[in-house]
Write a protein that binds this ligand. Structure first.
Ligand code: TYC
Length: 102
C-alpha cells in the first residue's frame, strides 16, 4: 500500500487506488402482509425519503413486486439490509430486503 503523499506510486498502484468501489442496489420485495404504512416508515427511516417519495416507492413495490431503495457501497448496503430486516422482525412483519451488485 502506498503511503499518503508518497511519490513512489507505480502506474499499476495509482490505477488500482482510483477504482471506484463496487456498488450495490438495496431492494425491497413486496409481500401480502406487511402494512403499507410500515413500508413507508422503513423508506423514511432508513432511506431518508420524504412522505411523498416513500409513498410512491412503496406503491411501485406493491404493484411491480420489488423496488429500488438506493445504491450504496457494500458496507453501507449491508447495514441498510440488516437494519430493515431487524426492524421488520421486531415488528413481526415478513418484509424482505436484499442487495444486488449494480
Ligand atoms: N403489499 C402490501 C399490502 O398490500 C404492501 C407492501 C408494499 C408490502 C411494499 C411490502 O415492500 C412492500 N399491505
Amino acid at each position: 500500500m502506498a503511503k499518503l503523499g508518497s511519490v513512489e506510486h507505480t502506474e499499476e498502484k495509482v490505477e488500482s487506488e482510483l477504482q471506484p468501489p463496487n456498488m450495490y442496489k438495496v431492494v425491497l420485495n413486496n409481500d401480502d402482509y406487511t402494512p403499507m404504512d410500515f413500508v413507508i416508515e422503513v423508506l423514511r427511516r432508513f432511506f431518508n425519503m420524504n412522505e411523498d417519495k416513500a409513498t410512491d416507492i412503496m406503491l411501485a413495490i406493491h404493484y411491480k413486486g420489488k423496488g429500488l431503495c438506493g445504491t450504496y457501497s457494500a458496507e453501507i448496503a449491508e447495514t441498510k439490509v440488516d437494519q430493515v430486516l431487524r426492524f421488520a422482525k421486531e415488528n413481526q412483519h415478513p418484509l424482505k430486503c436484499t442487495m444486488e451488485q449494480s
